[in-house]
Design a binder for this molecule. Structure first.
Ligand SMILES: Nc1ncnc2c1ncn2[C@@H]1O[C@H](COP(=O)(O)OP(=O)(O)O)[C@@H](O)[C@H]1O
Ligand SMILES: [Mg+2]
Length: 262
């Protein structure tokens, strides 16, 4: 379900967001090299909980046929930090030795979303699916000033799901989108304005969600490395239970989405 690859070369750090992930060259067990954007377990605002959210949201997105770059577990060895000249970054690599989260680098052909007021027709269905996904996983982090998506022609790609599953941080934890609760954040979604009032269909996405059963969800939980779980106890299990409820309440969930965009 998810491959583990070895970090071999640090290329650069992305300095724009909260967590400053690193572009790295990584080697798989066949000896093939891939460019991967790596989120380290430590430093900046990185936490194991954030990485669990990244991983489980990516695995779900792939099962739902949404355009996420391939996720990886990226192994950083104990001596990797010695080759990094920036002291702060070297310390992050030292503290993050072991497994980290990675996503395949999308490449230079993917450019930033131009923050269009209206969504081109060719992209509308993908935009609607991404909007629905974010409402489904309680992800408030795809906004105008932080789109967390890139575009290559009519192809979109989404990333950065560490703030998803916001019930993990909520004081009132049983406010679920299928009950129409805790969904105020969707009004700030990058696609909300462009989709509002439009005729959208989520039949494909709803079918894909309903095809995910408990045993499939437990595969996501099992993919979470033990070392992330030591700090984050039952986070993976809580996300799994939440997603079980989402699949069971899928009909109401999509109804609420339609109401929000009416
Ligand atoms: N798989 C990827 N391919 C290409 N660029 C990426 C990828 N993942 C992240 N990035 C770039 O790195 C930046 C920071 O990554 P992101 O996951 O958004 O972390 P954060 O915003 O928490 O720092 C993004 O805005 C994007 O430009
Ligand atoms: Mg981001």
């Amino acid at each position: 379900m998810i491959s583990t690859i070895k970090a071999t070369t640090f290329m650069k750090a992305f300095r724009t967001g909260r967590t400053c992930p690193c572009l790295m060259l990584c080697e798989d067990d066949q000896g093939d090299m891939t460019e991967v954007v790596v989120k380290l377990r430590t430093g900046h605002e990185c936490t194991c909980t954030g990485l669990i959210c990244e991983l489980m949201a990516s695995l779900l997105a792939r099962d739902l046929g949404l355009p996420v770059p391939e996720p990886y577990l990226v192994e950083v060895d104990d001596v990797f930090h010695a080759g990094i000249s920036d002291v702060n970054l070297a310390n992050r690599f030292r503290a993050s030795a072991g497994l980290n989260f990675g996503s395949r680098f999308l490449g230079a052909a993917y450019v930033s979303w131009p923050q269009l007021r209206s969504i081109p027709a060719a992209i509308q269905q993908d935009a609607a699916d991404i909007f629905a996904f974010d409402m489904m996983i309680q992800n408030p982090d795809r906004r105008e000033n932080k789109p967390n998506l890139l575009r290559k022609g009519d192809d979109l790609a989404i990333f950065d799901h560490e703030m998803a599953f916001s019930f993990l941080y909520a004081l009132v934890s049983d406010e679920y989108p299928w009950d129409g609760k805790g969904i105020g954040f969707v009004k700030d979604h990058i696609f909300y304005g462009g989709l509002k009032g439009k005729e959208v269909s989520w039949n494909r996405l709803q079918g894909a969600l309903e095809a995910i059963d408990s045993s499939r969800l437990s595969v996501y939980t099992d993919a979470v490395p033990k070392e992330w779980r030591q700090d984050s106890h039952v986070v993976a299990e809580r996300i799994q239970s939440y997603l079980e409820l989402a699949t069971r309440n899928s009909k109401s969930l999509f109804q609420k989405m339609a109401e929000v965009l009416k």
